[in-house]
Design a protein around this ligand. Structure first.
Ligand code: TXA
Ligand code: MG
Length: 350
């Protein structure tokens, strides 16, 4: 592994990144959700590099990012990304309706893939995840490179997704050549992922675009993932987005096991009243080393934006474990925040 650090590029100097992407290299790019590690989606070598830099297992498929002039199934077929001939008229209508409503934005749709998309991108599945990011820099790059870009989150496999250029440097700074600095990400949690069927839509990963917003557009309820789709989306591992220190979700003070009570801890308060939340930790023998309240006003957008940076900060503070309270509800973005916290959490011993 080389010790050379990546060059950080600013928005007004994208030329080295454009050349690198065209030449088959990988570049970390900002999006509205989290930073991604991008490479030419048509180039097996570039995609292989994404997997090896991340140490990502090949069974976990990548999302393909597209430019904002490709807002329909017909245009994405022409661009060699999706296969419209394998989609029913109803599926095409749903795809186009959702693209019109939410793109550019944090929604990934999983649909039949074009033969130009290599097997490695989709982990051999016959479907590809497509998304049109809502970020000026990501869009400027996509337009300039004139290629779809495969991009997973720019973290080492299983770690917390990066929401700033310095997070990317911490994760991959010694493994890649370029990181584009687009400032902190607005949304803070990864895109909503849905799989389209002929007559329904399945939620594979919650994000900012909630099931109820999708239902408003297509007039059909969004189905929770069945075991069939869990298999079709092998990347959805239960343990993910994890800090290095064990993180435990604490429902109430009785749920803290004896063996944890003497440990030093940092507190991650996902929502709710701070005083009440801290009461939950009152059986701990020491005061928390650090307390992070994601949103004083219980604003789910603010909480999502701060979530991963908070996990990183608590991972670095001088404590042995992280104790988190669950979000106050499962509405909108709280569903995504609860999902990421549960995936980061170590199960409590019974
Ligand atoms: O917001 C985001 O989606 C970010 C930014 C960079 O765009 N990307 C991201 O990628 O979160 P990643 O690789 O960390 O997560 C992609 C997940 C996969 O783990 C998988 O669960 C699902 O999306 N996915 C992608 N392609 C799929 C496919 N063909 N079938 C089923 N699930 C798929
Ligand atoms: Mg990821």
């Amino acid at each position: 592994m080389t010790a050379v650090r990546a060059t950080i590029l600013q928005a007004d100097d994208l030329t080295p990144a454009i050349h690198a992407l065209r030449a088959g290299d990988v570049v970390a790019i900002p999006t509205e959700t989290v930073y991604g590690l991008a490479g030419n989606a048509f180039d097996v070598h570039a995609v292989t590099k994404i997997f090896s830099v991340k140490e990502r297992p090949s069974f976990d498929p990548l999302i393909v990012h597209v430019a904002d002039h490709l807002k329909s199934a017909a245009l994405l077929e022409e661009a060699g990304v999706i296969d419209r001939s394998a989609m029913s008229p109803a599926m095409i209508r749903t795809f186009d309706d959702l693209a019109r409503a939410f793109w550019p934005g944090p929604l990934t749709m999983v649909v039949p893939r074009h033969h130009q998309i290599p097997d490695l991108v989709t982990s051999g599945l016959d479907r590809v995840g497509v998304r049109m990011p809502d970020h000026k820099i990501a869009q400027a790059l996509l337009r300039a490179v004139k290629l779809p870009l495969a991009a997973p989150s720019a973290n080492r496999f299983g770690r917390i997704s990066p929401t700033s250029a310095s997070d990317v440097m911490e994760e991959l700074g010694d493994r890649i050549n370029f990181v584009i600095d687009g400032g902190p990400c607005d949304v803070g949690v990864e895109s909503t992922v849905v799989a389209l069927d002929d007559d329904r839509v399945w939620l594979l990963r919650p994000g900012m675009i909630s099931p109820s917003k999708i239902k408003e557009v297509i007039g059909l309820p969004v189905e929770q993932t069945s075991s069939k789709h869990e298999k079709a989306s092998p990347g959805m591992l239960a343990s993910h987005y994890a800090p290095r220190k064990p993180l435990f979700m604490i429902e109430d003070r009785q749920s803290i096991p004896e063996n944890l009570r003497a440990k030093t801890f940092g507190a991650l308060i996902a929502g709710g009243d701070e005083y009440e939340a801290l009461q939950r930790f009152s059986t701990m023998t020491q005061a928390p080393s650090e307390v992070i309240l994601l949103s004083k006003s219980q604003d789910s957008a603010e909480a999502a934006q701060k979530l991963f940076a908070a996990m990183r900060s608590l991972d670095k503070c001088g404590c042995e474990i992280i104790l988190a309270t669950p979000p106050p509800s499962t509405d909108g973005l709280w569903l995504a925040i609860g999902d990421r916290l549960r995936r980061a959490a170590t199960p409590l011993a019974k």
